[in-house]
Structure formats: structure tokens, C-alpha cells
Design a protein around this ligand. Structure first.
Ligand SMILES: NC(=O)c1ccc[n+]([C@@H]2O[C@H](COP(=O)([O-])OP(=O)(O)OC[C@H]3O[C@@H](n4cnc5c(N)ncnc54)[C@H](O)[C@@H]3O)[C@@H](O)[C@H]2O)c1
Length: 354
């Protein structure tokens, strides 16, 4: 197949490309604008792979997308490009509206035009929209879990923009028959995640002996999925699910934020005997800071449907996945230094500028 991936220089997109180039013979076309979150270093060695092609393009640009679709003739599109950091969406929502909503709209318009032009020749086409469980909002203190039928109820500008993109994709399916599948996944973690996100942020700050800021009292609960499990699920859904179906993807790993940070600190305590002078355990760096606005209390995914229909379940549990992740960050300080640009200095985000 010719597989077009948007956002392939980001965290999940690059994991998907690494996985596809290692495990399949498909031709991969990576479309990415290379924002602060995109880095081609996340696809090591594959730059010279003859099955890999890169186009630096903004997905809002319909003209550029049309050229790329007619040139590469994709059978499958994985749409991942997005602004993805909730805190940044509170500070600067504009880019979230532009990329997540208008960018998805451009992708749908281009996909539809392209699909109409090749439909009569029986060429296959599928648009796989990659989304988040955050569109379903907050489970609060209930024992419920999100299913594929959960009501949309987003809390942040990020989740509202992703919810909008989900609705646009469903509408192109229902109104125009554009063949699509949609997956809504829980929090991912693993190698090559931009250091703004909770897990890499904590690992990197700890190794520098800096404070580990935790929002509120750290009791917010998230489900965590190792990124390589996610990309395998994406490929399985794209290649075996019925068109127009929706799947939730989760790791069956519900954890409080404070427990995640404590586990990272325990792992670092084992791996780094020579600690910064002022501490005897990395846990001493934990620092509770004011909660962020609209912070959802709990997300949890019921991933029964994907297990029953597609036969997918995660390989890693949180303990095994976090060990791999901490080890990777300790060995990859070069990558970390390269991706932290001058523009982004891991400053506190999440406060709307006037
Ligand atoms: N990270 C998670 O835990 C998680 C969980 C569920 C779903 N998702 C979804 O998965 C997708 C990928 O998430 P991620 O964590 O890899 O994000 P990321 O921020 O690491 O990567 C996003 C990529 O998109 C590119 N991009 C941004 N705007 C663009 C534009 N206008 N045109 C072209 N490229 C653009 C960036 O350069 C970057 O390479 C997103 O759609 C996100 O909503 C993420």
C-alpha cells in the first residue's frame, strides 16, 4: 500500500512510521509542517529508506495536499497531525483551531476529491482519523469507563478542537460516504515524546535535580498506553476494521498522576545511584503547584470492543513500559537537547494570555 501519514515527525506518528518501516513493505509518505513538536530525528536511519518519503507541508494548505494526493495515490491515510498539548491550548488556542479543525477539514476535502477521482477504478481508500479519549470529558468520581458510545463532552480547547475534528470526519462518512475509521486513545507514553508532556518532563527535570511540578494534589487519573502498543493497534484497525467503525484504544492501566511520578522516581533511584547533592531520593523533588483550569479528574477506557473484534490487546503493562521509557530517556540526552528549541523552554503553560 501507499500509506500517507500526517504528523509523522511527532511522537505517535514517528512511532507508527518506525513500526511500519520495520514490519511491512508499504510505501510511507510523511506529511508534516515540523512545528516545535515535530522532529525528523525521531525517524532515525529511515530518512534513507527507499520506502520513505517526506513532504514538509501544512495540512491546512489544500493546494499542497492535492498535489501530494495525486502524486502518491494513497490507499490509506493515517491522520495524526495536530496541536496536542492541553496546557498550550489554554495559553494559545488559535493554532489548535487552525490545525485540528481547519487542517482536518482540508484533509477531508482533499481525501474526498481524490477518492471520487479513483473510485471507479476500484482503488482502495481509507481515512483513519486518530483521536483522543479526552473528547468524552471527565468521568469525575464515577466508576464508569468510556465506550465507543460515550457522549462527547470536551473540557479544554484541545479536546474541543479534537471533538470538532471527530465530528467532521463522521459527517464526511455519513454525508458523502467517505470510507473512514476512527480511534480514540488514552494517554500515550514511551520513547521520542516531546519533553513538554508529563512523563518525559518529570524524567528530564529529575535528572537535572530540578523540581517535579504536579498539578493540584496529583490525584487526577489517566489510562496509560505504551506508544508501540498504540501504533500496532492503529495498523490492525486500519487493515481489518469495517469502514465507518469507531474503536477506543486503551492500556487497562489507570493511574493517579502522583503514582506515575512516584514510579518514575523509584526507577530513577535504582538507575542513578549518584543523585544531585541536595537529595537522597528523586521523590524529594516533587512540588505540588496550583491546578490547571478545567482539569478533568478521571479518564478511563473500556477497550473491550477492539479486543473482541480485532483481537488487539496491549503487550506492555505500566511497570514494564515505564522501565523502557525511563531507560530510553537516560540514554537519549542528545535527542532531548536537540528537540528542546529556543522557543520552548519547558516553562509553565496553561494560563490564557490577555
Ligand atoms: N499523545 C497522546 O497521548 C495522544 C493520545 C490520544 C490521541 N492522540 C492524538 O494523536 C495524534 C498525534 O499525537 P502526538 O502526541 O504524536 O502529537 P505531537 O504533538 O507529538 O505531534 C504532532 C505532529 O503534527 C505536526 N503538525 C502540527 N501541526 C501541523 C500542521 N498544521 N500541518 C502538518 N503537520 C502538523 C507536528 O509538527 C508534529 O510532528 C494527535 O492527533 C493527538 O490528538 C495523542
Amino acid at each position: 500500500m501507499n500509506i500517507l501519514i500526517t504528523g509523522g515527525a511527532g511522537f505517535i506518528g514517528s512511532a507508527l512510521i518506525r513500526w511500519l518501516l520495520t514490519n511491512t513493505k508499504h510505501k510511507i509518505i510523511n506529511i508534516d509542517k515540523l512545528t516545535y513538536a515535530g522532529n525528523l530525528d525521531s525517524i532515525p536511519n529511515n530518512i534513507i529508506n527507499e520506502n520513505y518519503h517526506f513532504e514538509r507541508v501544512d495540512i491546512v494548505d489544500q493546494k499542497a495536499l492535492s498535489r501530494i494526493f495525486s502524486y502518491y495515490q494513497p490507499d490509506l491515510v493515517f491522520h495524526l497531525a495536530a496541536e496536542s498539548h492541553v496546557d498550550k491550548s489554554l495559553t494559545n488556542p488559535d493554532a489548535f483551531i487552525e490545525t485540528n479543525i481547519n487542517g482536518t477539514y482540508s484533509m477531508l476535502l482533499t481525501s474526498y476529491k481524490y477518492w471520487k477521482s479513483v473510485r471507479s477504478s476500484n482503488k482502495s481508500f481509507l481515512f483513519h482519523h486518530v483521536s483522543t479519549d479526552e473528547v468524552f470529558g471527565d468521568l469525575g468520581s464515577t466508576n464508569e469507563m468510556f465506550t465507543e458510545d460515550s457522549k462527547y463532552d470536551p473540557s479544554s480547547p484541545y479536546s474541543a478542537s479534537k471533538a470538532s475534528s471527530d465530528h467532521l470526519v463522521s459527517a464526511w462518512g455519513r454525508s458523502f460516504d467517505l470510507p473512514y475509521v476512527m480511534t480514540n486513545c488514552s494517554n500515550n507514553y514511551g520513547p521520542y515524546q516531546f519533553p513538554e508532556k508529563l512523563i518525559p518532563h518529570m524524567i528530564i527535570n529529575a535528572t537535572k535535580g530540578e523540581k517535579l511540578p504536579i498539578y493540584g494534589n496529583g490525584t487526577q487519573i489517566r489510562d496509560w498506553l505504551y506508544v508501540e502498543d498504540h501504533v500496532e493497534a492503529l495498523y490492525k484497525v486500519a487493515t481489518s476494521a469495517k469502514a465507518f467503525s469507531h474503536y477506543n484504544i486503551g492500556g487497562w492501566n489507570e493511574m493517579k498522576n502522583i503514582d506515575v511520578v512516584n514510579m518514575i522516581c523509584s526507577e530513577l533511584d535504582l538507575l542513578i545511584p549518584d543523585k544531585p547533592k541536595h537529595i537522597s531520593s528523586f521523590k524529594e523533588l516533587i512540588d505540588f503547584v496550583d491546578d490547571r483550569p478545567g482539569h478533568d479528574k478521571r479518564y478511563a477506557i473500556d477497550a473491550t470492543k477492539i479486543n473482541n473484534d480485532i483481537g488487539w490487546k496491549p503487550r506492555e503493562n505500566f511497570e514494564s513500559g515505564i522501565k523502557k521509557t525511563v531507560n530510553w530517556y537516560l540514554k537519549s540526552s542528545d535527542w532531548v537537547e536537540r528537540v528542546i528549541s529556543g522557543e520552548y523552554k519547558l516553562k509553565r503553560q496553561g494560563i490564557l494570555s490577555e
